[in-house]
Design a protein around this ligand. Structure first.
Ligand code: AP5
Length: 220
């Protein structure tokens, strides 16, 4: 099964993708995480995208498309993947179709996580992540079991993201409205776009997504 999780910054795409990865054995392909890993490694790609990401703007399509094309060809993606943060522009959506067609593969679902903008600001401003494994937490909604220690890997390296500053967040919302929202009709017209209420609690959002995936398995 191949899925896309769509939604504005802070909607919960990463949170839900990690859960599906565990419960469904699908591979999470998060372009933001891949780019942050490149920045942390100091690679040429990382140096190229660092300032763009910190500003909240989108990285050029050509870079992202190459990154995903290389990744979905790897053996661990053969059983299915969850795209988290890709596609984000119409050219990326078109490039994804071409990549999948070339491999004889399909998109099963595009799931849009809908959240009000006020709630998104609240979520992003409270978010912190583990530098070591990428696990995501929140000051109020999802604290680690032991204060200051990652539940997943035990690291104490928990940090706020550079692009979660208010100035960059405004740019990220604008990029979502102007460049990403226009891809919704692209999938809606094909009848594969499903919407979930991302204002609900994390577990309730997971249940909505699971219901969509179960519908598919039962052919509804
Ligand atoms: P990316 O890393 O993809 O960031 P984003 O889309 O802005 O999404 P976030 O990671 O901020 O949010 P999320 O929806 O995953 O929410 P999360 O689960 O963390 O991209 C970063 C940058 O990389 C971009 O700005 C761009 O520069 C570049 N980039 C990446 N992909 C690109 C592409 N395809 N093209 C061009 N450039 C690209 O949840 C947020 C918080 O809320 C967490 O604290 C979580 O615990 C909490 N939370 C989650 N769900 C709930 C809930 N239901 N109720 C309460 N709290 C919740």
């Amino acid at each position: 099964m191949n899925l896309i999780l769509l939604g504005p910054p802070g909607a919960g795409k990463g949170t839900q993708a990690k859960r599906l990865e565990q419960t469904r054995g699908l591979v999470q392909l998060a372009t933001g995480d891949m780019l942050r890993a490149a920045v942390a490694s100091g690679s040429e790609l990382g140096r190229e995208v660092k300032a763009i990401m910190e500003s909240g703007a989108l990285v050029p399509d050509a870079i992202i498309i190459d990154m995903i094309a290389e990744r979905i060809g790897q053996p661990d993606c053969q059983n299915g993947f969850i795209l988290d943060g890709f596609p984000r522009t119409v050219p990326q959506a078109e490039a994804l179709d071409a990549m999948l067609a070339a491999r004889g593969r399909n998109l099963d679902h595009v799931i849009l996580i809908e959240v009000d903008e006020d709630a998104l600001v609240d979520r992003i401003s409270g978010r912190f992540t583990c530098q070591n494994c990428g696990a995501s937490y929140h000051d109020r909604y999802k604290r680690p079991r032991i204060e200051g220690v990652c539940d997943v890997c035990g690291s104490r390296d928990l940090v706020h993201r550079a692009d979660d500053r208010m100035e960059a967040v405004k740019t990220r919302f604008a990029a979502y409205r102007n460049q990403t929202a226009p891809i919704l009709p692209y999938y809606e017209d094909r009848g594969i776009l499903r919407r979930v209420d991302g204002m609900a609690e994390i577990d309730a959002v997971t249940r909505q997504i699971e219901a969509i995936l179960a519908d598919r398995l039962e052919g509804r």
